[in-house]
Design a protein around this ligand. Structure first.
Ligand code: NAD
Ligand code: WQD
Length: 339
């Protein structure tokens, strides 16, 4: 067991991953500037797992912070979540996205190289596939991200590919997540978006809890089973366990690899809505609205490579995702309460 530096570890996926890392016996140090998260998430990670971690409140773009961490902590591997993730905002403020997601990662990699820490798991996204020519999506499909956020993800993948070509002693996992949803079953940690949620499931739970009036379903004229968009929703705990598996794999010194983390199943927006109505035991008002610009009809993963290579497979279905997301929202109507 080693020590893992988790950048962005106070965030949604990061906090759930910290729980699973600590529960699996890893030591964890988190660096997070708390720009999109709360210190309470870390306190709750510690109470769920019954273990402590080191939290460094700071920015990965701050060389001194990284020096301090790598000098004082015997870090074996890095899981790199820190970055911005809002697609619409990335269209409006592309430089902000390239600066944090790309430049921030370059500094992190330079420091890792300097301190001879050459194991990294990177948070990539299914968004790098753009609008796929068919589904399910295999890792070898063409890569054509079409918004600045997606381009930052692909750029970092390319930087990591080149880095690996230049020095084969790096071990690099590119994990392409599909649509993470749900929360820890304790209801203590979960997704806490700032302002009005962009994503489907936090929007639904905020309608259910009475904070928003109704869900707008963006388009019902897609070539899908019921006309609404189809996505591969994956429970955040499954995703977190995928990271633990990726770290185990990294210890085997596999070189560079890239895997989809999804369930392989596609659910439509209306099917998701029904699953949440069942979990919340109430009707969730909605109306059909025009398509959201930039959306695609269908996106779900081919999971064969993850099963074969990573020996990882998602366990939870949409019912459990809805139950856990609702449990978090109803126990924490205002999230961590410090947004
Ligand atoms: P999140 O915003 O909840 O977590 C990101 C964390 O990084 C936050 O705690 C934020 O405060 C921190 N952060 C941002 N910039 C930082 C910086 N420069 N220095 C230090 N900390 C910084 O997001 P998330 O949903 O947990 O996503 C984690 C990663 O996974 C991101 O890289 C995201 O792009 C990627 N991803 C997310 C999704 C999704 O739908 N949630 C899908 C695919 C990929
Ligand atoms: C899902 C479906 C919407 C909100 C985004 C990013 C992607 C990745 C995951 C980071 C679509 C519909 C949504 C609403 C709706 N993130 N919808 N009403 O767009 O698949 O993926 O998050 O890497 O990069 O693009 O997720 O949850 O926004 O939308 O009808 O209020 O729900 O049209 O069909 P998306 P989403």
């Amino acid at each position: 067991m080693g020590k893992i530096l988790v950048t962005g570890g106070a965030g949604y996926i990061g906090s759930h991953t910290c729980v699973e890392l600590l529960s699996s016996g890893y030591e964890v140090v988190v660096v997070d500037n708390l720009e999109n998260s709360s210190k309470k998430a870390i306190e709750r990670v510690e109470s769920i797992s019954g273990k402590n971690l080191d939290l460094v409140i700071g920015d990965i773009r701050d060389e001194k912070i990284l020096d301090k961490i790598f000098m004082n902590q015997m870090v074996d591997s890095v899981i790199h979540f820190a970055g911005y993730k809002a697609v619409g905002e990335s269209v409006e403020f592309p430089l902000k996205y390239y600066e944090n997601n790309v430049s921030g990662t370059i500094l992190l990699l330079e420091k890792m190289k300097e301190y001879n820490v050459k194991n990294i798991v990177f948070s990539s996204s299914a968004t790098v596939y753009g609008d796929p020519h068919e589904v399910p999506i295999k890792e070898g499909f063409p890569l054509k991200p079409y918004n600045p956020y997606g381009k930052t993800k692909r750029m970092v993948e390319m930087i990591l590919e080149d880095l690996y070509e230049s020095d084969k002693s790096w071990n690099i996992a590119l994990l392409r997540y599909f649509n993470p949803v749900g929360a820890h079953e304790s209801g203590l940690i979960g997704e806490d978006p700032r302002g009005i949620p962009n994503n489907l499931t936090p929007y639904i739970t905020q309608v259910a809890v009475g904070k928003l009036k109704k869900l707008s379903v963006f388009g019902n004229d897609y070539p899908t089973k019921d006309g609404t968009g189809v996505r591969d929703f994956i429970h955040v705990k499954d995703l977190a366990l995928g990271h633990v598996r990726a770290i185990e794999k990294i210890m085997e010194k596999p070189g560079l690899f890239c895997v989809n983390l999804g369930t392989g199943k596609g659910y439509s927006v209306l099917e998701v809505l029904k699953a949440f109505e069942k979990a919340c035991k109430k009707e969730i008002p909605y109306s059909i609205e025009p398509r959201r610009p930039g959306d695609i009809a269908k996106c779900y993963a081919d999971t064969n490579y993850a099963k074969e290579f990573l020996k990882w497979e998602a366990m939870f279905g949409i019912e459990k995702m809805a139950e856990d997301a609702w449990n978090w929202q109803k126990n924490n109507p205002d999230g961590y309460g410090d947004n």
